[in-house]
Design a binder for this molecule. Structure first.
Ligand SMILES: [Zn+2]
Length: 378
């Protein structure tokens, strides 16, 4: 029986198993094999059975936004202005953490380290360091991090108790052993140093529940438990600073740390039911609009997931996306285009967005007037 990654208790039966043997990763790759999700009754953690050969996947395959220097995910559109994820992340970091002058800062599991780079542009005094379990991001680091401040696979021995701030953006959800990795990260902090962490929140972005390569889906109680075990006292944890994510700010301490919080069993069960019935809803909508050419709005996880659930995905001619970095790319063999460029024969739009704000968002897209299309709302 599998054990909880956070509290080591046995997990019991899964709360969700994908009805069809197909899974989608956070990078929108479609894999064969079903996704299996557990909920820990003891600490509230939600956990997915890891994909085979996780380490090799991140080392060689997982190339997040590596196409160019500037490629970034669209975080929000406010008053017609695109706000990208990196910009929002550095803004939030500076809001929550009072970074000392000339601070030694490590971006832990950082991929391109774009948030650290944006921080260095605003705070030229900061001493930047990078660490990841892959060599492939070095060309990005070389542009702003001295070689002696970079490490791959293992942190440097001389980094023990070295840092004022260790930060981690969207990394711990991928880890098969988050307890060991967080202890490793904490060991690099000076006493009293700050650990700052952003991870997905399945309660505000429910797609996280079915992402095949997210092993960990943190709840407030499982985060508290994890941090307490590593000797980190949480000073702030919020679901309101970053859409779809937890932002967590903690301090290294030698004193015992209490954990706690609700285990959220009912909310987890609701999300499991939503995803269990999702494919049927897609196929019912499809049947009701049989034969009409369609487009999928959103070329990220939700759009990909909808495609995998369709009976006749060939009726989808393209994906629509407002992110200029996505336009002119392809997804599952179809073009990704700006909504204004949707082809004239399309009559059906599948909205591939977070259901928490899908309706509100699609209403703002003037290129897709409601009198012209039938919409599938997630
Ligand atoms: Zn647990």
């Amino acid at each position: 029986m599998p054990a909880c990654n956070i509290c080591n208790q046995p997990l019991g039966a899964p709360v969700y198993q994908s009805p069809q043997p197909v899974s989608v990763t956070s990078l929108c790759e479609v894999l064969s094999g079903s996704t299996e999700v557990f909920h820990c009754a003891s600490c509230g953690h939600v956990q997915t059975t890891p994909m085979a050969d996780l380490a090799a996947y991140y080392d060689k395959t997982y190339q997040i936004l590596i196409a160019s220097e500037d490629e970034d995910q669209l975080y929000a559109i406010v008053d017609g202005q695109n706000i990208f994820r990196t910009g929002h992340q550095v803004q939030t970091l500076l809001h929550f953490v009072d970074i000392p002058r000339h601070a030694r800062v490590l971006d832990f599991g950082c991929a391109k380290a774009s948030t650290l780079r944006a921080l260095c542009e605003r705070r030229t005094d900061v001493q930047a360091h990078t660490f990841d379990v892959s060599e492939m991001y070095r060309p990005f680091w070389d542009k702003f991090v001295p070689l002696e401040n970079q490490a791959t696979y293992q942190p440097k021995a001389e980094w023990r108790e070295h840092f004022d701030l260790v930060m981690s953006f969207f990394a711990f959800e991928h880890m098969a052993d988050p307890q060991a990795v967080l202890s490793q990260a904490t060991a690099l902090l000076r006493p009293g140093g700050t650990f700052y962490c952003v991870v997905p929140n399945l309660f505000t972005n429910i797609a996280d529940f079915v992402v095949a390569d997210h092993v960990n889906h943190f709840t407030e109680s499982s985060l508290r438990r994890l941090f307490a075990g590593a000797g980190l006292k949480i000073e702030r944890i919020t679901d309101a600073a970053h859409t779809g994510a937890w932002v967590c700010c903690a301090r290294k301490t030698a004193l015992p740390v209490e954990s706690g919080g609700e285990n959220a069993a009912e909310r987890v069960q609701e999300i499991a039911s939503y995803w269990h019935g999702f494919g049927e809803r897609v196929r019912e909508f499809e049947s009701a609009h049989r034969g009409l050419p369609g487009a999928i709005y959103g070329s990220s996880f939700y759009g990909t997931f909808i495609t995998t659930q369709m009976r006749r995905p060939e009726s989808v001619t393209c994906y629509l996306d407002q992110n200029p970095h996505r336009q002119n790319q392809t997804l599952l063999g179809r073009p990704i285009v700006a909504p204004e460029r949707v082809s004239a024969e399309v009559r059906v739009i599948y909205v591939g967005l977070n259901p928490a704000h899908a309706r509100a968002t699609i209403q703002t897209v003037t290129a897709l007037p409601p009198e012209r299309y039938a919409f599938f709302h997630p």
